[in-house]
Design a protein around this ligand. Structure first.
Ligand SMILES: [Zn+2]
Length: 432
């Protein structure tokens, strides 16, 4: 029996790196977590072996299963069952999997981690079939049941602090040095983007502290960030602060210590990722050489077809339909005498008259109307005249402050989060 265990143990040692990524949940009793002590009996009740590994590069699930000496018809039945629940082409190299194999070679359970939050579990559904029928020809009618399950996780609030230096000149590098990931750098930059430009304004010696929600699985594996709850950034001696606050029956927003919005009236652009401008705004003017008049009443952004287009500010849909030249078009009216328009869409996701919030999906990038290829034409009017959206967005007025009736609530939340930030010795707090 010990000899039988050895390959298993050495295999477990070989994939020890995997243990940090293994799926949560109760382990079957057959899993040895330490070598049997000398002089004690090895349990003989063991009826299965467990293998854990990562999907190797350029492999398929069927190939992975074959390397574990599963019976051919079992592999086929397993693949068939899984394909009803999960697209096998989405099996990715580097993802952990776990196989529990009965000693007669039949499969008891297969588990594959799809991503940080979901896993695929396949169990034998006829486990009670007598195993030793003497029939080893592979006619045992394998039947499996597959399910997609959430990997349980909890949300904790974590304090992260770091700084910009010659070794870590960017926010992303500075956060990586603290053990955090690129997504957190993007989130922090997004929270404070109305106050400073994280591409150009960073200075060596800048410091930051923030409270962020992190999802952590039961097995301790990081499963993603939630919201940044509070952030403090000292930029060349200037203190920037932001607290996330959700007024009763309202939407969450970020505010400075005095309750003023740190978000701007307009998003940077209607596209989520800093887009490429392929054609700039141009007022009508006679071309000095070609001698014709040409205006471009907006900016064109290069973007893949289907990319989501977001409302740059909260407002009302004044038009959602077809225009000559513009193809599928959405127009919105905002406060302050502003109107925004989104042209050449492949799809429209709002109806005329609807109220939309800032960042709401209004359509998708396309090439309808007079367009040579997929792009977004984004136009902005102020009091009826077209203005340069890029310049207008740079001069964006701040958003609404916390309203007076909610200030007491806001102050409570601000104190709680800034106290946590100040107490940098405390690395984690329990979420209540
Ligand atoms: Zn255009």
């Amino acid at each position: 029996m010990i000899r039988k265990l050895m390959p298993l143990l050495s295999l477990l040692a070989a994939v020890a790196a995997v243990s940090a990524c293994r799926g949560a949940g109760a382990e079957p009793p057959s899993q040895p977590d330490h070598a049997p002590r000398r002089g004690t009996d090895v349990r003989l009740a063991r009826d299965s072996e467990i293998f854990r590994a990562l999907v190797p590069p350029h492999s398929t699930l069927a190939a992975v299963l074959r390397t574990h000496q599963l019976l051919a018809h079992e592999t086929a039945a397993l693949v068939r069952t899984i394909s009803e629940k999960f697209d096998l082409r989405r099996v990715r190299a580097g993802q952990p999997y776990r196989i529990e194999r009965l000693l007669d070679g039949r499969l008891r359970e297969f588990e594959y981690e799809i991503d940080h939050v979901r896993r695929l579990i396949v169990r034998r559904s006829n486990d009670h079939t007598p195993a030793d029928t003497g029939d080893d020809t592979g006619t045992d009618n394998a039947a499996f049941e597959a399910e997609l399950a959430e990997i349980p996780s909890r949300v904790e609030q974590v304090i992260v602090h770091g700084g910009i230096s010659r070794e870590t000149p960017s926010l992303v590098q500075a956060l990586e040095a603290t053990g955090e990931r690129i997504e957190l750098g993007l989130a922090l930059a997004d929270v404070l983007s109305g106050e400073m430009d994280f591409n150009t304004d960073l200075q060596p010696g800048d410091t930051f502290r923030l409270v962020v929600e992190r999802s952590v699985r039961e097995d301790g594996v990081f499963a993603g960030y939630g919201s940044v709850l509070a952030a403090e950034y000292v930029n060349a001696g200037r203190l920037l602060q932001a607290v996330r606050f959700t007024p009763p029956n309202g939407a969450p927003g970020y505010y400075d210590a005095a309750g003023r919005s740190v978000k701007r009236f307009f998003l940077k652009s209607p596209l989520k990722f800093e887009p490429r401008i392929t054609s700039s705004f141009a007022r009508a003017r006679r071309h000095p050489v070609l001698n014709y008049t040409r205006a471009h009443n907006g900016v064109d952004y290069g973007a893949p077809p289907g990319a989501p287009v977001a409302s740059v500010a909260s407002g009302v849909v004044t038009f959602a339909g077809w225009t000559n030249g513009g193809g599928r078009t959405v127009k919105l009216r905002h406060s302050g005498g502003y109107e925004s328009e989104y042209l050449h869409l492949s799809a429209i996701t709002v109806k005329s008259g609807a109220h939309v919030g800032q960042g709401a999906l209004v359509g998708r990038v396309g090439a309808t109307g007079l367009a040579t290829g997929p792009h977004l034409h984004y136009g902005l009017r102020r009091n009826g005249s077209y203005v340069n959206p890029v310049r207008e967005h740079q001069n964006m007025p701040p958003g609404e402050p916390v309203s007076g009736v909610h200030l007491a609530l806001f102050h409570g939340e601000r104190e709680r989060l800034f106290t946590a930030l100040t107490d940098a010795a405390v690395r984690t707090m329990n979420n209540d």
